[in-house]
Each structure stands twice: as C-alpha cells, then as structure tokens.
Write a protein that binds this ligand. Structure first.
Ligand code: ADP
Ligand code: MG
Length: 250
C-alpha cells in the first residue's frame, strides 16, 4: 500500500536558525506516529509544514493524492492550491483556538459551510454527529467560554474532523489541560486511531504513545535521531540522546 504521508528532504530555517534538516518520513494509511523530542527540536514546525502553515525551503510533501515540492520559489503553490492542500489535514493545537463568538455547533459547522460550501442542513447534521462522537451532544448550543479545557479540545477535534481530512495532526493537544481532563481527550484520540485514522501526534504522554502509537519518532535539533516501533523506542531506545530524553519521564 502507498504511504498516506510522504516527506522527503524537508528543510526549514528561520533566519540563521535551521529548524528542520533534511527530514524524511513516511506514514502508512491508518498508522499512528508519535513525534517526541525536547522543546525547540522542530516538532511543531514539522507539523506546520505538513499543512503549509509554514512553507519549507526545500523538500517534498505528499499527503494522499496531493503533493508539493518546495525550493523553487517561482513554483510555490498559490493561495487556492495551498487552501486545498491544507484541507487534507486536520490540525489540533495545544490552545484550542475555538471561535469565541460561535456556539459549539457553529464552531464545528463553520469549516464545511465556508470552505466546502456544504448546505446548512447537511453541515448541521455532520456537526451533530461529530459532537456526539466526541461525547458533547449536550453542549451543542453552549459557547466555548462555558466549557472546560477538555471539552474545548474535544470540540476542536470535532471541528477538525468536520473537514473530513485524510490525516489528523495533534500538536501537544493535552499539554494545556488540567491533569484530570487529559484522559477524556486522549480517549477521543484513541477512538480515532482505532477507527483507522492516520495520525501524527506530538505528545509528552509517553504511556499513551507506547500504547496507541504504532511508531515513535524522536527528533532533536531538527533531525530525526531515532525511530521505530513505539514500544521498542520508548522501552529500549538505541541512541543516547533518546535515552537521555526519555529518562525525564520515568
Ligand atoms: P518544538 O515544537 O519541538 O518545541 P518548534 O518547531 O516550535 O519546536 O521550534 C523549533 C525552533 O524554531 C525553536 O528554536 C523555535 O524558537 C524556532 N521557531 C519556531 N517558529 C519560529 C518562527 N515563526 N520564527 C522564528 N523562529 C521560530
Ligand atoms: Mg511545539
């Protein structure tokens, strides 16, 4: 089977700071990859390159049927092409980024309505179905400021799913949550994984990564230092740098 995500030779700098150096990565359909590494290692930048929130300087990204090559600025994707490419991925951030002036239901309907021109009744049915899936059927008419962090993050996941993305990207989705709310969000992510969603998860939840991820990728200073089956990398890392990083979690 063709990989769902294929990244080759990806490079990105911010001024003099090189953040990604020749990143190569493939993710099989339905696989869950946990991306781990110290703060500043380039994890968020890598995810952002996958949905063009950051434009890399070189390399190639393919998601499903769509691909982009970077490097030749004259061939950079136009705004429309970028938007179409971006809709292949659903991204969930540490800070939920919900629309504060919209109800939970409107938050989830907004993408399908405005980007996909979905008829209102259809968008509403889709949003209700997704909110039921994340356990928030009783919150559809509530505004975000009345929700707990865990509930907000579950709305954010439903909102990302509403665009029917090929892959889901999670950037420390539980890092801003009170400890007692982490489990409900991880539970939704676990369900998605079980349904066969292809996912890349940046996380510090090593227990979750070991259980739910198929593969773990350890990054440091813009380089993939080690990758392999989740259990192997987390329980028996080969590289000193991986071992040193993981020792902080025991
Ligand atoms: P991680 O998610 O692993 O903590 P990031 O990808 O956020 O790492 O950041 C990698 C490095 O790139 C850091 O040194 C960070 O300060 C820098 N960086 C990230 N985004 C920008 C930006 N927009 N402008 C300048 N520097 C940035
Ligand atoms: Mg980050």
């Amino acid at each position: 089977m063709n990989p769902k995500i294929e990244v080759s030779g990806l490079r990105k700098s911010f001024g003099a700071l090189t953040v990604l150096r020749d990143i190569n990565l493939t993710v099989e359909p339905g696989a869950v990859v946990a991306l781990i590494g110290p703060s500043g290692s380039g994890k968020s930048t890598l995810l952002r390159c996958l949905n063009l929130l950051v434009i890399p300087e070189g390399g190639k990204v393919r998601i499903g049927e769509s691909s982009f090559s970077f490097g030749d600025s004259s061939k950079l994707p136009g705004v429309r092409e970028q938007a179409r490419f971006r809709s292949n991925t659903g991204m969930v951030f540490q800070h939920f980024n919900l629309f504060p002036h919209m109800s939970v239901l409107q938050n989830v309907m907004e993408g399908p309505l405005s980007v996909k021109n979905m008829p209102k009744a259809e968008a509403q049915a889709l949003a209700r179905r997704l909110l039921a899936k994340v356990g928030l059927s009783d919150k559809v008419d509530v505004f975000p400021n009345k929700l707990s962090g865990g509930q907000k993050q579950r709305v954010a996941i439903a909102r990302a799913l509403a665009m029917e993305p090929e892959v889901m990207l999670f950037d420390e989705a539980t890092s801003a949550l009170d400890p007692e709310l982490v489990g409900e969000v991880l539970g939704v992510m676990r369900d998605l994984a079980a349904e066969g969603m292809t996912m890349i998860i940046v996380t510090h939840e090593m227990g979750f990564a070991r259980e739910v991820a198929d593969r773990v990728i350890f990054m440091r200073d813009g380089v993939i230092v080690e990758e392999g089956p989740a259990r192997e990398v987390i329980e028996n890392p080969v590289q000193d740098a991986t071992r040193a990083f993981l020792s902080h979690f025991h």
